[in-house]
Design a protein. Structure first.
Length: 173
């Protein structure tokens, strides 16, 4: 199979390959890129699994992937995209919100971990926003807007899960 054919290329998308914004998140530019995202996925799984069932934190990952797909389509300056890091940011942010709201009585006490994770994501986004992050530091191009879009998508999905379960969000009554 030609995995390069699954990478998002704006012109191919405009020519009718509507699936590329989603499939691009399943392929990577090189082995180092795949290993970095794979490591992030394993770490997030290990972090969330003790307190949340997979069905609880899967929507955060899906919301992150949808956020990234929308970003690459709406950003006319994005000519190509591949990788799962944006969706992983959604999983991290949304999963942290779910830890705060759905696992407060857990014996593991995940609230501190969730707050630290959300704070870390916020600081990383701020660091990227001021241009301090070098997008080629990993040896492959990093499309920083995907990280923000993924985090927002994951948070929205997590908020919807909480609303569906009748769990109030922080700051709401």
């Amino acid at each position: 199979m030609d995995f390069a054919a699954l990478i998002y290329h704006r012109q191919a998308f405009l020519d009718g390959q509507w699936w590329l914004p989603l499939t691009a998140q399943l392929v990577h530019f090189n082995l180092q890129h795949a290993l970095a995202d794979g490591t992030g996925a394993v770490l997030l799984w290990c972090l969330f699994q003790p307190c949340l069932r997979w069905r609880q934190h899967l929507p955060a990952l899906a919301g992150g992937a949808l956020g990234v797909a929308l970003m690459v389509v709406l950003d006319t300056g994005c000519d190509y995209y591949a990788g799962a890091s944006g969706a992983l940011h959604g999983w991290a942010a949304g999963g942290a919100l779910l830890l705060l709201r759905l696992a407060p009585g857990s014996a593991v006490r995940p609230q501190g971990v969730a707050i630290a994770l959300l704070g870390g994501i916020f600081l990383k986004m701020a660091w990227q926003a001021v241009g301090a992050a070098n997008s080629l530091a990993w040896g492959f191009p990093v499309y920083q807007p995907a990280h923000v879009a993924g985090a927002v998508g994951g948070l929205v999905a997590a908020a919807l899960v909480c609303a569906r379960r009748g769990v109030p969000l922080p700051g709401s009554r």
